[in-house]
Design a protein around this ligand. Structure first.
Ligand code: ZN
Ligand code: ZN
Length: 83
């Protein structure tokens, strides 16, 4: 695909110069694409960070032994009394 100069006639056939015609549209499309990529990338990153945070948070809040104030002793992950 040949590169269109900004002062060349626009390839869309409008008879106007490319810089006065479709250049801004082409740029807009590129910006939109980058915005989409940024949005999707940001969402994926946020999901990853949330997943890591919840994973480590789960590990921190769910130790192998869980204190039961009701029973007055520890339970393990299966709910069995730990001496
Ligand atoms: Zn054009
Ligand atoms: Zn118990």
């Amino acid at each position: 695909m040949a590169k269109v100069g900004r002062n060349d006639l626009c390839p869309c056939g409008s008879g106007r110069k490319y810089k006065k015609c479709c250049e801004s549209k082409d740029r807009g499309g590129t910006v939109q694409n980058w915005t989409m990529i940024a949005l999707v990338g940001g969402a994926v990153l946020a999901a990853l960070v949330a997943g890591i945070a919840s994973f480590s948070g789960e590990r921190a809040s769910s130790p192998t032994r869980v204190w039961s104030s009701e029973h007055g002793h520890y339970h393990d992950a299966n709910g069995v009394q730990v001496p």
